[in-house]
Ligand binder design. Structure first.
Ligand SMILES: Nc1ncnc2c1ncn2[C@@H]1O[C@H](COP(=O)(O)OP(=O)(O)O)[C@@H](O)[C@H]1O
Ligand SMILES: [Mg+2]
Length: 268
């Protein structure tokens, strides 16, 4: 496995997670998580199924608000502002923190409209043709689709659809890109293209990715947060953060034996 070179200057903190706990109804989803996510780096959330990776990543743009019964405690600061404060403008937060899901979910519209629609409703006043071209170009899709901009987004391959979804997210210039297992529905070549793209995008954005693929986490991330599950007194499983560090430390010399066992494939 190869690792990203360590960043020299200390990075600014984009998201500061403080004692964050999420319940679904009376069931604990993830318990008491605290760590800081640095700017312009790729932070990977790893750990076995059910350890709270999706729950936590959905906190960052308050997507759990849309799940009935979901309740978040603790604080999460986005450039110093608590995103769970009453005064937080959630629409604005979601413009600044874009999200890409496991299953590509283009709008049921043309390739062009997939980019233009979001920009338009977010009040974009520049030239839409240029924005569409620029956004598609940045995800390496322009040459592949420039002759069929008005065909449906759904007609693209899975990997192209995922790059279209990334293009749609970055068209509105967010500061953070959340990706929940963005490659798990893709073939190896499409996965490779998305991984390369992430390396380019991190110059402009902060990327947080959930992945169950250890090689992927080791290849692409700068920082890694390892989560695991515990059982509560009712025998129900919930997630917690075991260890957060540079990817190199997590994979080569983690502090916790549990982390070592997981990254070496002994469980999970
Ligand atoms: N929408 C939901 N409703 C109820 N419980 C949920 C929901 N989403 C996740 N959970 C629970 O929260 C815990 C963490 O799940 P999740 O965040 O999906 O983990 P991961 O993404 O690491 O697999 C699990 O116990 C899961 O069953
Ligand atoms: Mg998940």
């Amino acid at each position: 496995m190869s690792f990203q070179a360590a960043t020299i200057a200390p990075a600014r903190t984009v998201l500061s997670v403080r004692n964050t706990t999420v319940h679904y109804g009376s069931t604990l989803g993830v318990h008491d998580v605290s760590f800081d996510i640095p700017e312009h780096q790729i932070t990977a959330l790893i750990g076995p199924s059910g350890c709270g990776k999706s729950t936590l990543i959905r906190c960052f743009n308050r997507l759990n608000d849309l799940i009935p019964g979901a309740r978040t405690q603790g604080e999460i600061y986005f450039y110093g502002q608590n995103i769970y404060a009453e005064a937080m403008a959630v629409d604005r937060l979601r413009r600044q923190i874009g999200m890409v899901f496991q299953k590509p979910n283009p709008f049921d519209h043309s390739i062009y409209e997939n980019i233009a629609f979001g920009a338009r409703i977010n009040g974009y006043v520049g030239n839409l043709d240029q924005l569409v071209e620029r956004s598609l170009y940045r995800v390496g899709l322009w040459d592949e689709v420039k002759d069929r901009l008005h065909s449906r987004g759904y007609d693209l391959s899975g990997g192209q659809q995922q790059r279209l979804c990334i293009a749609r997210s970055i068209a509105i210039e967010p500061r953070v890109l959340l990706m929940d297992e963005p490659c798990s529905a893709l073939d190896p070549l499409a996965t490779h293209l998305i991984e390369d793209l992430m390396q380019e995008l991190r110059e402009h954005y902060t990327i947080i990715i959930v992945t169950h693929n250890m090689q992927q986490a080791a290849r692409i991330s700068d920082m890694a947060a390892f989560f695991n599950t515990k059982t509560d007194d009712r025998g129900l499983r919930y997630g917690y953060l075991v260890e957060f560090d540079t990817t190199e430390t997590i994979f080569q010399e983690p502090h916790e034996k549990l982390t070592r066992d997981y990254v070496s494939g002994r469980f999970g």
